[in-house]
Design a protein around this ligand. Structure first.
Ligand code: ADP
Ligand code: MG
Length: 390
């Protein structure tokens, strides 16, 4: 991939800056309940203001309103939290026409503004040219700091970037640099740990990672499709029969690199109060596998020893339930104390790590959710493309 255009050396004095951020935060009862994503953008906001921009207007989506105003998805709670974090922000009215230009024109010198949820306009997700032009009229320079939305070609991520000089914000830069280091030039040995619910969500990622990884450790629900393809009975575990052929052929091609669980924790259902460790040769007919077992963790730990780069996506088990959280917690502990450059991606994986409170000790924790996975699927994400040097 070509080099990113970053904020280094960009002269922003007296310029109107428009920036896409990812303020897609959980809101309950009109309050932001987790402001991690908001705080993640503040260094870029502060840098832009510090460089003398005449104003900065932020734009973001929040949730999935259906292309029209819906109070439940208003960015008002986000504006409120920004104020609590010391950033006095002017929130635009939910209009996407000349009224928006008039609002922006009325902002005081040096102000921080924010548009209402960009998904209140149907043209956002359609990457509509008129809406993109409206956005572009609000700034002289476009900065995209929303890595979490970079896998979508929307008006506020891709459309507007085609119309203004565009640069990567610091969060975008950190994400792209960390993930590129893994994707393009991993220090070897390079180990990948995959888990989570389904193979189908991640098949093309698995295919791409197998091309570059020295070893792929498979846990979580997806392991059962692999185990089934290897001929094991998997009881009532998650298993995608339609993918058995595909998974078998991957194991034929890369068998020596793919490491599967040797024992799992089974129970009647995810709601069971406890589980039982069984070998993968003896998964009972009526039970489901909900976590990896202790021997598997030992096996995985052995294969991770000496790794210089690790990419981890997907919980090792149903971590939301205490009896099945151990595999994920142990993996988090193991990787957080590994000397390797460890990158963790995936919404649920990052949530699991935060619950454990070991966040500080990884090389990079991607805030990108689905975008961090698609980063490995595609040559370049559509939202990143306009931020690359020509
Ligand atoms: P991420 O968001 O990190 O990419 P996924 O969305 O793929 O991860 O998977 C997360 C989900 O996978 C969690 O809700 C977890 O409960 C589920 N999961 C993990 N192991 C199993 C399993 N053995 N059976 C069923 N679901 C599982
Ligand atoms: Mg998920």
């Amino acid at each position: 991939m070509k080099r990113l255009k970053t904020l280094d050396g960009v002269d922003l004095r007296g310029r109107r800056v428009l920036m896409r951020v990812d303020f897609n935060v959980p809101v309950e009862g009109g309050r932001v309940v987790d402001d991690t994503r908001i705080r993640a953008h503040l260094p870029t906001v502060e840098e832009i203001m510090g460089k003398g921009a005449s104003r900065l207007i932020l734009m973001s989506h929040l949730g999935r309103p259906k292309g029209g105003f819906d109070e439940r998805y208003s960015l008002k709670p986000v504006a409120e939290r920004l104020r609590e974090l010391g950033h006095e922000v002017h929130l635009a009215p939910p209009v996407f026409d000349d009224g928006l230009r008039a609002w922006a024109g009325g902002l005081p010198e040096g102000a921080l503004g924010m548009l209402e949820n960009v998904r209140f306009h149907p043209g956002e997700e359609a990457n509509d040219a008129t809406l993109s032009a409206l956005y572009a009229s609000l700034g002289d320079v476009f900065v995209n700091d929303a890595f979490g939305s970079a896998h979508r070609a929307h008006a506020s991520t891709v459309g507007v970037a085609g119309l203004l000089p565009s640069f990567a914000g610091r969060l975008m830069q950190r994400e792209v640099e960390a993930l590129s280091r893994v994707k393009e030039s991993p220090e070897r040995p390079f180990a990948v740990v995959l888990g989570g619910a389904k193979v189908s969500d991640k098949l093309s990622v698995i295919r791409n990672l197998l091309k570059v990884a020295d070893v792929l450790l498979v846990g979580g629900g997806m392991a059962f499709t692999f185990l089934r393809a290897r001929g094991h009975g998997v009881g009532k575990s998650l298993c995608e029969d339609s993918l058995l052929g595909e998974v078998s052929s991957l194991m034929g091609l890369y068998g020596d690199r793919i490491v599967l669980p040797v024992d799992v924790v089974v129970a009647d259902s995810p709601d069971s109060p406890s589980g039982e460790v069984v070998s993968v040769e003896g998964i009972p007919e009526g039970k489901m596998g909900l976590d990896v077992g202790p021997k598997t963790l030992e096996l995985f730990a052995g294969r991770l020893k000496g790794a210089r780069t690790v990419f981890w996506n997907g919980p090792m088990g149903v971590f939301e339930r205490k009896p099945f959280a151990r595999g994920t917690l142990e993996m988090a502990r193991l990787l957080s104390s590994s000397p390797a450059f460890v990158v963790v991606g995936g919404g649920d994986t990052v949530a699991a790590i935060n619950e454990l409170g070991v966040e500080g000790s990884f090389g990079h924790i991607s805030t990108g959710g689905g975008a961090s996975l698609e980063f490995f699927e595609k040559e370049v994400l559509p939202g990143v493309e306009p931020l690359l040097e020509g």
